[in-house]
Ligand binder design. Structure first.
Ligand SMILES: CC(C)(COP(=O)(O)OP(=O)(O)OC[C@H]1O[C@@H](n2cnc3c(N)ncnc32)[C@H](O)[C@@H]1OP(=O)(O)O)[C@@H](O)C(=O)NCCC(=O)NCCS
Length: 224
């Protein structure tokens, strides 16, 4: 099967309703809640270039995901991931998430990218992308984001836990932390290289000394 994965735009607007319907139907099957979105909302994401769509060879929609911006771009979320049921378990969600992650990094390089999910598949994909699990206090505190949870079946749990915890796992990709990790890895590599070169020098020095010693020993025995 061949899928095309691309940044959504005006030419995909006619898919919004079917995608929206599938989001709702899938949430019902899973028995979990989702932040309900209208076809118009998805269309807005397409027009803004803040969505990724996967299409089949015949031009049908196969998967979708969009970017949401919170706290004045301090945070972005890759939300509403959906793969049409007949195309699941082909690795499509993974490809869509990789594409939306890349788009998010290009458009919002300084934003922390986060997600809230109960889905094992999504946790797996996020983890492969380098997301780390965090507490809810590390996510955006933007009221509009949390309003999205009101349509979730677990909303009462979220309220009872004072918005500190719920059924979803929070995961984040923090560019500042990633930069620190990168720098630390480079520093460790440099230190390891220096240590290796010191050891090599020591080794060759020992070799020279032992050769000289052997030579002297030989000379001494020849005299005897
Ligand atoms: C969740 C969903 C997006 C996965 O789509 P998909 O294209 O089938 O996923 P992929 O084939 O890319 O699989 C990605 C990984 O998740 C695993 N996976 C897929 N479905 C899974 C499931 N139901 N349970 C556990 N793991 C699952 C795959 O084995 C794969 O792991 P691997 O990389 O170790 O092989 C799809 O089932 C869906 O649209 N579900 C309904 C909507 C939904 O739950 N969205 C997520 C909201 S947070």
């Amino acid at each position: 099967m061949i899928f095309t994965i691309e940044q959504a735009s005006e030419k995909h607007l006619h898919h919004a309703e079917a995608i929206c319907n599938e989001m709702e139907a899938s949430a019902k099957v899973r028995g979990t809640g989702i932040a309900k979105r209208s076809p118009e909302y998805l269309q807005k994401k397409m027009i803004q270039g803040n969505a990724i769509i996967a299409l089949t060879e015949t031009g049908n929609w196969a998967g979708f995901c969009y970017i949401e911006i919170w706290s004045h771009e301090k945070f972005v979320a890759n939300s509403g991931l959906i793969v049409s049921p007949e195309y699941r378990e082909f690795g499509l969600a993974k490809k869509i998430k990789q594409a939306i992650f890349k788009l998010s990094r290009n458009k919002y390089p300084n934003s922390k990218i986060f997600g809230l999910t109960t889905g094992l598949a999504v946790m797996k994909i996020n983890s492969d992308l380098g997301y780390e699990p965090v507490t809810y206090s590390e996510l955006t505190q933007d009221e509009d984001f949390w309003k999205g949870c009101t349509s979730c079946v677990n909303f009462e749990i979220l309220l009872s836990k004072d918005r500190k915890n719920c059924m979803c796992t929070a995961m984040i990709w923090d560019p500042v932390e990633k930069e620190k990790d990168k720098r630390l890895k480079i520093e460790q590599k440099v230190l390891a290289k220096e240590r290796l070169s010191r050891m090599k020098k020591k080794h060759s020095l020992l070799k020279i000394i032992s050769l000289k010693f052997k030579k002297k020993s030989k000379t001494f025995f020849n005299i005897i």
